[in-house]
Design a protein around this ligand. Structure first.
Ligand code: BGC
Length: 365
């Protein structure tokens, strides 16, 4: 169970996440138990509160929500909160005041919005957590995301596969990077990856010369490239002046490129580096034989699934979910619709991106 420990607050909740195997809660069922019972007028306002532009997927989502919601006949209010948590709080309050019937939230910090979410629910709106779970609140109705734990498992496995393919025989020296501690996804990605890597650390196949293996030691505040780069600089000068660094677990593409910049600056051979998001620069790097892997989480599909949920709510129909067991946010289990992430390396990139107008062409010669 992807459990956010009951009663724990913000960071503590993220830090004590207890995760078991992937897909354990998957059911092909529907649940209309919350929200949506009476439906609402076509043409109503739908609010979408997005976090900071920390990766390309969020920017893509903005355009897709604006276009998709309008095409479905709604008024759309899509906001970024580049200024931080208090800006996002104000934006959600404003959506409630304007009478939004559904508020879709990609939280900067999933445990800092409780007052605003309560106001949303009190106004009769339905709250959908988008990509990142909303923690320690009853006031969230649904969750729609790619399976984050599986993302981590795929990253861990890709790191092992890449080391075998590129770095000769074990033992291999690796370092670990995790995402921002305020993002509920970060610990889930990390736990998924460590479910694959920890046994290999324990049996000596993998060595972490810095000794930094806990989430709090390896997390990257704000998902900021400069923070990951700074930490890698310190780790490289402290532990790798005479040793090779064979691999880096990176939770996303932005941090993967930051880590590679650090390694290049140290004059070292490029290690096997994982990623996530299929960002243009990282796909180019993969095709050039540098970054080893990324994850394809098709934002088109995630936004389309969210709008399918909004449509069901508008008509007063049952909202499609496929997981009613896994996402315990500390207060309740949030019914979720999970999509499958896809691992991408140079070998399968052309196939995975064949229908993507931006990424497909990057894989051709
Ligand atoms: C998303 C990742 C993204 C990260 C930084 C996470 O919550 O799931 O796709 O790389 O945020 O923006």
């Amino acid at each position: 169970m992807r459990k956010f420990t009951k009663g724990a607050v913000a960071l503590a909740a993220a830090a004590t996440l207890a995760l078991a195997g992937c897909g354990s809660g998957r059911t092909e069922s529907t649940s209309g138990s919350t929200g949506g019972s009476g439906g609402f007028a076509a043409g109503s306002l739908i609010g979408v509160a997005l976090p900071q532009k920390t990766s390309e997927n969020w920017v893509l989502a903005e355009g897709l929500f604006n276009d998709g919601l309008k095409a479905a006949g709604y008024q759309a209010d899509v906001q970024f909160a580049n200024g931080g948590v208090s800006e996002q709080q104000n934006q959600i309050d404003a959506m409630v005041t304007k009478g939004a019937k559904v508020i879709v939230v990609g939280a900067i910090d999933g445990s800092q919005l409780n007052t605003q979410l309560k106001a949303a629910k009190d106004s009769g709106a339905t709250v959908i957590a988008y990509d990142r779970l909303l923690l320690n609140t009853n006031d969230v109705d649904y969750y729609v995301a790619f399976d984050n734990y599986k993302v981590g498992q795929l990253q861990g496995q890709a790191l092992l596969d890449g080391l075998k393919a590129r770095k000769g025989s074990s033992p291999w020296n690796i370092e670990l990077i995790a995402g921002s501690p305020d993002d509920a996804n970060s610990q889930v990605f990390f736990n998924g990856a460590m479910s694959v890597l920890q046994p290999k650390i324990d049996d000596g196949t993998l060595k972490v010369l810095s000794g930094q293996t806990t989430f709090s030691q390896v997390s990257t505040q704000g998902w900021k490239a400069e923070n990951a780069q700074k930490r890698m600089d310190t780790v490289l000068s402290g532990y790798y002046s005479s040793a090779e660094l064979d691999g880096i677990l990176s939770p996303n593409d932005t941090l993967a490129r930051a880590a590679m910049t650090s390694v290049k600056a140290a004059g070292k051979e490029i290690p096997v580096v994982t990623g996530q998001d299929s960002e243009v620069e990282s796909v180019k790097s993969i095709m050039a034989g540098e970054q080893y892997s990324t994850i394809f989480k098709d934002t088109n599909k995630l936004v389309a699934q969210t709008i399918t949920m909004v449509n069901a709510l508008q008509k007063g129909e049952e909202v499609p979910v496929n997981d009613t067991k896994s996402y315990d946010n500390g207060v309740k289990i949030v019914p979720a619709y999970l999509l499958d992430p896809v691992i991408v390396t140079k070998e399968n990139a052309a196939e995975v991106y064949k229908d993507d107008k931006t990424l497909g062409p990057l894989t051709k010669g």
